[in-house]
Design a protein around this ligand. Structure first.
Ligand SMILES: NC(=O)c1ccc[n+]([C@@H]2O[C@H](COP(=O)([O-])OP(=O)(O)OC[C@H]3O[C@@H](n4cnc5c(N)ncnc54)[C@H](OP(=O)(O)O)[C@@H]3O)[C@@H](O)[C@H]2O)c1
Length: 346
């Protein structure tokens, strides 16, 4: 049977080139075209030598396909996607342009008026662990941001079961590829190497996604979240340490409570192919290049606080791998197809 044709808009960014790497060996789809503004007309292997096995010339414009991925920056992505949807092409958008349901949030957080607010209700937030049935039939899937993917998964079981007060801290450390491939002073080697810094203390753009998705798990006021991202000197990976006070009486005290918490997390993620509740605090190197999110929940017994560590590769479960997981669901394929790789270690 002919393989399903798919395309990538903007293959020259980190998210786009990671999509190409993962789609090339996928047994059920054919990567039919890739676009790239600055590299149009070049062979893919000329612009990106590690992708030389993929015999495609980078195009200026999208071609025919059943499904397209957009890996453009926000605002440009919505503009590129609207004509594709009109042509009947299904889309997985890796940008933020269709993640938030409230149109006014785009002016607040992204400094632009949304060009298609009516589509925001129709777009499905592409986290299969929360929205699997809707993703399967969606025409437009909004792939989660890299920080929210790990933080939402780490907190979802606790929020849904009401075991924590809605007063949450998400403290995240990201590798530098999270900032993209576009050159900037902040990501020069000599700025990043042997350095660690907190940024966006006044409010990071990924915060409203976390609030939106966690609020959807439980009735009542939305959770208050303090989200503090940090840049650390590594290429890939995000480690999020999440904290919240436990609600008294929901879990037993001491070791019994620890076991109840772990069971609650294991039950929530039962059967999930890409979320693993682990027995030791996870490390970013355990997810390099693969689509897993590793989660370690525990209780700080001295303060009665929930502590959950979530860990993933920002370019895989935080971007391209997640997008392919969504594509598999949209095309009715087994969800794990093409995503079985084990992490690269050390
Ligand atoms: N990096 C991550 O970990 C990550 C994770 C999840 C989601 N995302 C999302 O994925 C998207 C891409 O991110 P990225 O990290 O891959 O970015 P990136 O590496 O910085 O790439 C941006 C690319 O976009 C091109 N570009 C910029 N403005 C454009 C425009 N108006 N039209 C066409 N091309 C344009 C640039 O290429 P030229 O200027 O050379 O044409 C550049 O190659 C963003 O929306 C981002 O939020 C990224």
């Amino acid at each position: 049977m002919a393989r399903t044709k798919v395309g990538i808009i903007n293959v020259t960014g980190y998210a786009g080139l990671e999509l190409a790497r993962l789609l090339h060996p996928h047994p059920e789809v054919e990567l039919a075209w890739v676009t790239g503004r600055s590299a149009a007309g070049q062979k893919l292997g000329e612009a990106l030598p590690h992708l030389a096995d993929i015999e495609l010339t980078i195009q200026a414009e999208p071609g025919p396909a059943e499904l397209a991925f957009s890996a453009l920056p926000h605002k440009s992505s919505a503009e590129a996607i609207l004509p594709l949807l009109e042509e009947g092409i299904r889309v997985v958008d890796l940008s933020a342009d269709f993640r938030l349901k409230d149109p006014s949030a785009y002016e607040t957080w992204y400094d632009f008026a949304h060009p298609a607010p009516a589509l925001l209700e129709k777009a499905v937030y592409g986290l299969p662990e929360l929205h699997r049935p809707q993703i399967g039939s969606a025409r437009l899937v909004a792939n989660p941001g890299c920080y929210p993917a790990g933080a939402i998964l780490a907190l979802a079981p606790a929020v849904r079961e009401g075991i924590i007060a809605p007063d949450i801290i998400v403290d995240s450390k990201s590798g530098v590829s999270g900032a993209g491939r576009t050159l900037s002073l902040a990501t020069h080697f000599s700025e990043v190497n042997e350095n660690t810094l907190a940024y966006a203390l006044e409010g990071h753009r990924h915060l409203p996604e976390m609030v939106q998705e966690l609020a959807g798990l439980r009735t009542g006021p939305p959770p208050q979240i303090t989200f503090l991202p940090h840049l650390v000197p590594m290429t890939r990976g995000i480690l999020s340490s999440c904290y919240a006070p436990l609600v008294a009486g929901k879990l037993a005290g001491g070791e019994k409570g620890q076991q109840e918490l772990k069971q609650l997390y294991r039950d929530f993620f039962k059967g999930e192919p890409f979320v693993r509740v682990v027995e030791q605090p996870p490390q970013t190197k355990q997810t390099w290049g693969n689509n897993l999110c590793l989660i370690y929940p525990t209780i700080d017994l001295r303060t009665d606080r929930l502590v959950v560590i979530g860990c993933l590769d920002n370019l895989v479960k935080g971007a391209a791998g997640q997008a392919i997981q969504n594509m598999n669901l949209m095309l009715g394929l087994p969800e794990t197809t093409g995503l079985e790789a084990i992490a690269v270690y050390p």
